[in-house]
Each structure stands twice: as C-alpha cells, then as structure tokens.
Write a protein that binds this ligand. Structure first.
Ligand SMILES: Cc1cc2nc3c(=O)[nH]c(=O)nc-3n(C[C@H](O)[C@H](O)[C@H](O)COP(=O)(O)O)c2cc1C
Length: 78
C-alpha cells in the first residue's frame, strides 16, 4: 500500500517511512490506493495541500492519519 504524506516539519514523513511501504509526497500524483498521513494546522484544520489532494484523489484514499501537537488548543489537565 502506498503511503502519501503531507509533512512540514518532518514528523509525518518520518512516521510514513517507518511503516515499511512505498512513500511519496502529497504533491506527487497518485494512481493507486493509498493511505494519507497529514497534519493539523489552525486549531484542527487540514492544510490546503491536503484538501486539494483529497479533492483530486479521493477515490484512491483508503484511510487518513492526522497528527498534531498538544501545544495547540485549550489547556486541559489530563
Ligand atoms: C502553523 C502551525 C499550526 C499548527 N496548528 C495545530 C493545531 O491547530 N492543532 C494541532 O494539534 N497541531 C497543530 N500544529 C502542530 C502540527 O500539527 C504538529 O507539529 C505536526 O506533528 C506536524 O507534522 P509534520 O512534522 O509532519 O509537519 C501546528 C503546527 C504549525 C507549524
């Protein structure tokens, strides 16, 4: 299964590469089933590049993983 990543600081890319499948950037075209690894920005929103990828390739996307950081959003005591 192809893994497609949308990664800015590299954490998503590193995670995608750790899965042991072929990987490529969200900016490269796709013509086979894939899993998308993407990221949070702006308090829970997805990036424009992820939005465009999903619009263009939704038929191929079989699952989505979204990462984020606890540094964003309201403070909670866990
Ligand atoms: C400009 C900016 C906005 C972000 N906004 C959020 C957010 O709203 N919620 C969240 O959980 N993480 C947010 N993050 C954290 C990233 O989602 C997190 O660091 C993620 O692991 C980055 O993935 P990457 O290393 O693959 O780019 C933001 C990061 C940046 C740089």
């Amino acid at each position: 299964m192809l893994i497609v990543y949308d990664s800015y600081t590299g954490l998503g890319k590193k995670f995608a590469e750790s899965l042991g499948y072929p990987v490529q950037s969200v900016e490269v075209s796709v013509n086979e089933p894939c899993i998308l690894v993407t990221r949070n920005i702006g308090l829970g929103k997805i990036t424009d590049t992820t939005s465009q990828f999903l619009d263009q390739y939704q038929e191929f996307v079989k699952g989505v993983v979204v990462n984020g950081s606890k540094k964003f959003g309201p403070k909670r005591i866990l």
